[in-house]
Design a protein around this ligand. Structure first.
Ligand SMILES: C[S@@+](CC[C@H](N)C(=O)[O-])C[C@H]1O[C@@H](n2cnc3c(N)ncnc32)[C@H](O)[C@@H]1O
Length: 290
């Protein structure tokens, strides 16, 4: 079965093929920009903490469709390289970079956090945002350290959960983690701020700092996000595509239903916090390679 020629699916892929895409390839196919809980303000803050400025070379690991990576390049005038394991997402990053006229300021390629396709001591900063919960951080940080120049920074912008919480809440959060793991087909574990400090220090990073944030998602950033996505027309096009896929495919509909439920447990919604989401926030963590 084909969904609709042209407008809905420019690549004209059969629905079965789209249903079989891994979650992040599917998101890449839809050109969905990933928007972490702290929003673009947290991306900006993380880059500042990593001393990113014009002339610096930044690696964004797990760049998805390149939304945040392009934002960093534009905001700071630095050069940005993004890698991600999802090929479909990388295809879209290239289109985004062209549309945003970023020229040789950005470069994207398929790459694995555990085996980065770069020479040692290449980058001034290595950044991940909403990625590390999929990773074995011991292995990944070793690889980040390899490609980082001495004096460079590792920066993480990641969701955390409290170390101590009522058992019923902990159980609900764990269930949501399992659901996200099943849907993305990637191991998914949310760490505590204490874990993060330990990971970064164990990797040999110095001057490690962990900034805890519990600010819920803000609707105030919405206009900025729409602008970054490419305007209201582009945003509507993505939403229409998602809705159409959800209508025609039970598999995709179920996937979204479960995911929305799990996300509500973890981060609530822009309009309300859930009892569970009060125990979840995001950390900005940095450390310096000396
Ligand atoms: C929630 S998205 C985050 C997107 C991104 N940080 C952004 O700014 O748009 C998680 C991303 O991590 C990527 N990912 C997961 N495991 C990875 C790995 N081992 N190496 C590289 N990327 C990975 C996924 O493909 C996905 O695109």
């Amino acid at each position: 079965m084909r969904i609709r020629e042209g407008e809905l699916d420019e690549d004209n892929l059969p629905l079965e093929e789209i249903e079989n895409l891994s979650y992040y390839n599917f998101m890449g196919h839809l050109e969905v920009p990933f928007y972490q809980i702290g929003g673009l303000a947290s991306t900006e803050k993380l880059a500042e903490l990593c001393h990113v400025n014009e002339g610096k070379k930044v690696l964004v690991v797990g760049c998805g469709t390149g939304f945040n990576a392009c934002y960093i390049a534009k905001k700071f005038g630095c050069s940005v390289v993004g890698v991600d394991i999802a090929e479909e997402a990388i295809k879209k990053t290239k289109e985004r970079a062209e549309k945003e006229d970023l020229g040789d300021k950005v470069e994207f390629r398929v790459g694995d956090a555990y085996d980065l396709p770069f020479e040692p001591d290449t980058f001034d900063a290595v950044i991940t945002q909403s990625v590390s919960y999929f990773l074995d951080m011991g292995r990944a940080l070793k690889e980040f350290m390899r490609v980082l120049k001495p004096g460079g920074y590792v920066g993480i912008n990641e969701i955390f959960k409290d170390k101590d919480m009522p058992p019923k809440i902990a159980e609900e959060i764990l269930k949501a983690e399992q659901i996200i793991g099943e849907i993305t087909e990637l191991p998914f574990t949310i760490h505590t701020p204490e874990d993060w400090k330990q990971w970064l220090e164990n990797a040999g990073l110095k001057e490690v700092k962990i900034h805890e944030n519990r600010k819920p998602m803000s609707l105030r950033e919405f206009p900025q996000v729409i602008k970054e996505i490419g305007g209201f027309g582009k945003f509507s096009k993505i939403m229409i595509k998602i809705t159409k896929y959800a209508l025609v495919s039970k598999v995709i509909r179920e996937r979204f239903r479960k995911l929305i439920k799990a996300k509500r447990v973890l981060v609530g919604s822009p309009l309300f916090q859930t009892a569970t989401s009060r125990h979840v926030g995001y950390v900005l963590g940095i450390g310096k390679k000396v």
